[in-house]
Design a protein around this ligand. Structure first.
Ligand SMILES: Nc1ncnc2c1ncn2[C@@H]1O[C@H](COP(=O)(O)OP(=O)(O)OP(=O)(O)O)[C@@H](O)[C@H]1O
Length: 512
């Protein structure tokens, strides 16, 4: 099966050959299949995986054999380049128990990197209001007053050490300094900064929402990092909603509810990401409601993110939605071309890599819907230049991003094109896709078509829902996340989506 990416076919063929020859065990094959072959350029064969763990595993166990086999298939020797793209979820459930311990071992250095960069961040950033190190978090107005009277020869020392960061769950790489401000996020950034400077006083709760990959999580961590520098003893906690749910369930099961309540009700700033995941989980929601009330009653700051505005959240009680609306709500829109280019420039500068403007423009004008994807493309381009020891160039970037970026001027991908191709591929009708039929094969096809509409068009979630028989946006989002996850876990889903992507692009380029 060809999907327009010859590297993928080569990688698959090499895997199957080695497996048939008995040179790859089942578990080795599973790891090899987690790789996403990206491109073959000259003698470099690029693959991407989702974590350092999988990268190290492949390098240590199978890279040599795969390199030889791929070289044999291509007809000249290649060098295997493995890049890590965190947006790839590459850990199949089946492998998790076996690798958990190893995973923990390899995660430690990653954290050390965080701590290191926290240190350099702390050393390099301009001094913010100096904070005497006695006492814990106090009313910011008091701190400001005290700061303005603070006389000391002691230099300001941010308190970001490893244990503080671990406890807070903060990623020091996400700061206000490296967040590019444009029209799309100006209000969200301003309110975030205000919250970081004076938590618990003005905008409480702060509710940030946007489509995926627009910078909500970045802003949340920036708030935490900034506040931690400003109020060195304050207790800050970043948590994803999934983690909150899991911790809640574990505490229930292990009879440790008091510890659970204490850890969240004793913080000065609670940053809770992707709140939509809590929707419909009754017990967790009630617990969150009480946590929310306890914190706001004590003038502690809460920052919430979501993929939709509060009034569009599903599965939440009215009393919760009105609490979410009681502070400030800020949306982040899709950044315009100028902002996208500025973001790419900032990322490249931070990595100390020279990237010509036309490459920034090429990426930013072709990847418009998700900044995470844009960053992934930049990473690919710079990794190749790094490996080949050549400067980044437009022609090499075009070659290496061929599977991501087709010629946009000639392509118009619409929902009906996607639905037509998908129903054809699964031997169904478009009516099947929009129907309420829950039979397995139809549900799979419907989910994949919704996933592709989100990936390949600029349609909003509600609009996609409307096109698929009047479904609501959360149904579309659930389908999208399901397929996204399955692609990393099931070869069949990966193949189906890749094949369809290629067919849709081809059909768009050569309309009948
Ligand atoms: N304005 C910006 N300036 C610099 N980097 C940005 C900006 N906006 C987004 N990014 C980067 O884009 C990537 C994705 O952002 P982030 O994870 O914060 O998105 P998100 O809105 O939380 O997505 P999701 O809803 O999928 O969780 C991050 O690496 C982030 O640093």
């Amino acid at each position: 099966m060809s999907d327009g990416n010859p590297a993928k076919a080569t990688w698959q063929a090499a895997t199957e050959l080695l497996r048939d020859e008995g040179d790859l065990s089942d578990s080795q094959t599973a790891f090899v299949r987690m790789a996403h072959p990206l491109a073959a350029v000259d003698d470099v064969f690029m693959i991407a995986v989702g974590s350092e763990f999988v990268k190290s595993w492949i390098e240590d166990h199978v890279a040599d054999r795969m390199t030889d086999k791929v070289s044999a298939i291509i007809g000249h020797s290649i060098r295997l380049m493995i890049s890590v793209d965190p947006s790839i979820n590459d850990m199949p459930n089946a492998l998790q128990p076996e690798s958990e311990q190893q995973l923990r071992r390899v995660e430690q250095p990653a954290f050390e990197r965080y701590a290191d960069s926290a240190q350099s961040y702390a050393e390099s950033r301009p001094e913010v209001a100096p904070t005497p190190n006695e006492g814990s978090y106090q009313d910011p107005r008091e701190v400001r007053y005290r700061d303005s009277h603070y006389q000391s020869d002691q230099p300001y020392r941010p308190q970001q050490d490893r244990s503080v960061l671990t406890q807070a769950g903060l990623n020091p790489e996400y700061t206000f300094d490296n967040f590019v401000i444009g029209d799309s996020n100006r209000f969200a950034t301003a309110t975030s900064l205000a919250v970081a400077e004076s938590p618990g006083t003005t905008y409480n709760p702060l509710f940030l929402y946007s489509d995926s990959g627009m910078g909500k999580t970045h802003l949340m961590h920036a708030i935490g990092n900034y506040a931690l520098n400003l109020y060195s003893r304050s207790k800050i906690r970043y948590v994803s909603s999934e983690e909150f749910v899991n911790l809640f369930i574990n505490s229930l099961e292990s009879g440790k509810m008091k510890e659970f309540k204490d850890q969240f009700r004793s913080v000065d700033i609670l940053l809770i990401d992707d709140i939509q995941f809590i929707g419909g989980k009754e017990d967790t929601m009630v617990e969150f409601f009480h946590t929310f009330n306890a914190l706001t009653n004590a003038n502690k700051q809460i920052v919430i993110t979501s993929d939709v505005a509060p009034n569009l959240l599903n599965g939440f009680e009215e009393r919760m939605l009105s609490r979410f609306n009681s502070g400030v709500t800020a949306s982040i829109d899709r950044p315009n071309l100028e902002t996208r280019i500025a973001i790419l420039k900032k990322k490249a500068n931070a990595d100390g890599i020279e990237v010509p403007r036309e490459v920034h423009e090429f990426i930013a004008s072709n990847i418009t819907t998700n900044i995470r994807e844009m960053e992934g493309a930049l990473r690919r381009v710079t990794a190749l230049a790094d490996l080949t020891n050549q400067p980044v160039s437009l022609s090499q970037s075009q070659a290496v991003l061929k599977d991501l970026i087709s010629n946009p001027d000639t392509i118009e991908i619409t929902a009906s094109l996607i639905m037509g191709q998908t129903s054809n591929y699964f031997q169904l009708t478009i009516d099947d896709l929009t129907s309420t039929d829950r039979s397995r094969s139809i549900v799979v096809a419907r989910h994949i078509a919704m996933y592709l509409c989100r990936e390949m068009t600029e349609l909003s979630l509600p609009k996609i829902g409307e096109i698929f028989g009047g479904r609501d946006h959360s149904t579309v989002l659930t389908a999208y996340r399901k397929i996204d996850k399955q692609m990393a876990q099931k070869q069949t889903t990966y193949n189906q989506v890749s094949e369809l992507t290629s067919r849709i692009k081809q059909a768009a380029q050569h309309p009948e």
